[in-house]
Design a protein. Structure first.
Length: 312
């Protein structure tokens, strides 16, 4: 039989080992319990932090840039464009009758009233008297086509016809210069149906509306605005004159003597030309005149040239 003391010690060792094993098992259970609680608590916390991080990342992303389009600024109407300073000259339809009236009349011999000095020389040998009664020199003007004669006129009228470009014969026919020719006299002319003749553009001349220009500087057919004419009463009577001008004219004509900054203003008749002069009979008021492109404020409807409705 074994010693009782030995058995007791062996039993106590076994109990101790069992106690240690139970304590370890209990400790493991406690540890697992605690770990489970921590995991259950930490998981939502981590999830929450993750969502916050994502939200934070999303909020920190730069917003897409939106292009700012400024509203278009309204265009400022600068008015008509200035073409420069021009000298205004004038032309008209010369008349054969007016030129004839302008020539000095022949001197009449003194009346035989028995009061003249009997010793006075009454012979025709006085050169001044001879010159006074000399008939004006006549020339023939021709049509360019086939050099057909148009009329026989005074040399003075032929000269005025060349200068003005348009003239009226005593028989009422209206002539336009038609260019140089190889006929008996040059330039040649053409009979025109229109009362005032035709412009270089082929359109009828209009008193106080047509101007002749240098086509190298001003385009033929352009509307022009001449402020100096605005408010000025034109000579003559309706339908051609007697109205208050609005400053609008049209560049329909040309001329061999029109160069650079010059516009030749068609005034119809010589009498109307004289009516355009200033208080001292001078046309100096028409020098260095500002002229503008009239497209914005003038209009042309058929033969009518005038200010646009509502034009500045």
């Amino acid at each position: 039989m074994s010693d009782p003391v030995v058995r007791e010690q062996s039993l106590l060792g076994t109990i101790g080992e069992m106690a240690k094993a139970g304590a370890g098992y209990l400790a493991d259970l406690v540890a697992q319990f605690v770990h489970g609680i921590q995991g259950a608590m930490i998981a939502p916390i981590v999830l929450a932090f993750g969502c916050q991080a994502q939200a934070s990342d999303a909020s920190e992303q730069p917003a897409p840039q939106v292009a700012v389009v400024e509203p278009a600024k309204p265009k400022v109407d600068e008015g008509p464009k200035k073409l420069g300073l021009f000298n205004i000259t004038f032309y008209y339809v010369t008349s054969e009758e007016e030129v004839a009236r302008a020539k000095p009349k022949a001197k009449k011999p003194p009346a035989n009233d028995n009061q003249a000095d009997a010793s006075a020389d009454t012979s025709d040998s006085n050169p001044a008297d001879l010159a006074a009664v000399t008939m004006p020199e006549m020339v023939t003007i021709y049509a360019k086509q086939n050099c057909e004669p148009i009329a026989e006129v005074t040399r003075e009228f032929a000269h005025q016809l060349k200068v003005q470009g348009t003239g009226k014969l005593k028989d009422g026919r209206v002539l336009n210069v038609w260019g140089h020719c190889g006929c008996g006299t040059s330039p040649c002319f053409k009979v025109i149906e229109h009362q005032w003749g035709t412009a270089g553009s082929g359109r009828p001349l209009q008193p106080f509306r047509t101007v002749a220009v240098d086509p190298k500087l001003v385009k033929l057919g352009s509307l022009l605005y001449v402020p100096l004419l605005e408010g000025r009463v034109m000579p003559g009577r309706a339908p051609f004159g007697g109205f208050v001008h609005d400053g609008c004219v049209v560049a329909d004509d040309t001329g061999g003597g029109i160069k650079g900054h010059q516009i030749d203003f068609f005034v119809g008749k010589k009498g109307w030309f004289l009516g355009m002069s200033g208080s001292r009979g001078s046309h100096a008021w028409a020098r260095h005149v500002p002229v503008y492109d009239g497209a914005k404020i003038c209009e042309r409807k058929g033969r009518r040239v005038a200010r646009k409705s509502g034009g500045v």
